[in-house]
Design a protein around this ligand. Sequence first.
Ligand code: NDP
Length: 448
Amino acid sequence: MSIENAYLNELMEKVIARDPNEPEFHQAVREVLASLSPVCDARPELITEGVMDALVEPERTIKFRVPWEDDQGNIHINRGYRIQFNSAIGPYKGGLRFHPSVNESIIKFLGFEQTFKNSLTGLPIGGGKGGSDFDPHGKSDAEVMRFCQSFMNELFRHIGPDTDVPAGDIGVGAREIGYLFGQYKRLRNEFTGTLTGKGLSYGGSLARKEATGFGLCYFTDCMLKDHGDSFEGKIAVVSGSGNVAIYCCQKATELGAKVVAMSDSNGYIYDKDGIDLDLIKQIKEVERKRIKVYVERKPSAEYHEGCRGIWTIPCDLAFPCATQNEINLESAKALIANGCKAVCEGSNMPTTPDGIDAILEAGLMYTPSKASNAGGVAVSALEMSQNSMRFYWTFEEVDEKLKGIMSDLYKNVAAAAAEYGHPGNLMVGANIAGFLKVADSMLAYGLV
Ligand code: NDP
């Protein structure tokens, strides 16, 4: 991905020189700047007024120590982060990730991406992201609770319903949000919608749990229809088996596809009869076990160690829903060779730049994550609205709004791609459409 505008190219070099050890952040910035060259050529004030330089620097980076005690009385110290990337169009909004791989580069790339994604939803939310290198796997509920409470003991002073509203991400689901929200409420002595993804009994929105996976399928459906196609009869592969993957699998199946494979960080399962989603939910959501348990209960399925192998399974639709850079060039080539028609991104930045190039060159349909996985944050924003109104919509009402948001989002992204000379390239369209509203707001504020 080359950056044609000379100033943006220099800016990319500056970003690398300033923080040389942040490869994920560089990757995300490069993809966006490459798409924005035609916009900056047409609107040089975006450069001269400093918008482009400000866009690639977070407004605020908060980094803190998180001490916690395990069940044996041993003390552990983890590192916590909240990066408040851009509040041009609304309060910072974005998830918290608990995973051993978390570092500043990963949180920065996620916060940067979140800024454009949130703008694309059409809702008034800025971009932020946070998390910790804490690993919830294998920890007791009490240990996870103590960790979450300690994390919130610092985070609470930086967030609020009109300032910054975190949500879940990898390793942060309903259990963690409950502990985090409980501690926030206690420290602040207030009951406001400062976190989203809350339980239904204490302010959560119906359909939030399903929103990212469902939204991904609604967006994909719009794209397929635009190409005179549909989910009907398609073979699909979904990586991951967490929140996004499970509800992507559910909606893809409802829309007529057969999902034949899912994975976790150890390996993948292949079930030629179609994944038994109730069994997956039981293993992953209820028992919190590894995905290989699936084949013990359904011996006709296969289990393979290693997660990348999932992309060698022939499929029409590939849904990466686990983590960043999970589809590299080799995986992309395997998908292309096996006749895959579309790669539809559920996880954030799941495809490496050379993987994306190969997919686009081979003429596959491709949905960029910042557009296709925006359904989660969109319903999070709806949760904020419901909390403010102290009024709740039904599942059907939220689902209808989600469908409308994803359909508008698709139309806007496709229109921006066409307007700037890249018809059909949804990656370029998403970067431009997400950028314009943020950039115009930043311009309006003057130097901030
Ligand atoms: P979960 O923690 O619920 O699930 C993550 C899944 O991906 C698990 O199956 C996990 O396996 C697997 N996984 C995690 N890390 C790796 C890795 N390094 N290699 C292989 N597999 C891995 O997270 P979510 O479903 O919430 O998030 C998945 C992706 O979707 C992330 O990129 C997230 O940023 C993105 N996303 C999530 C949204 C949401 O609403 N939750 C919204 C928008 C984007 P294991 O259990 O073995 O760790």
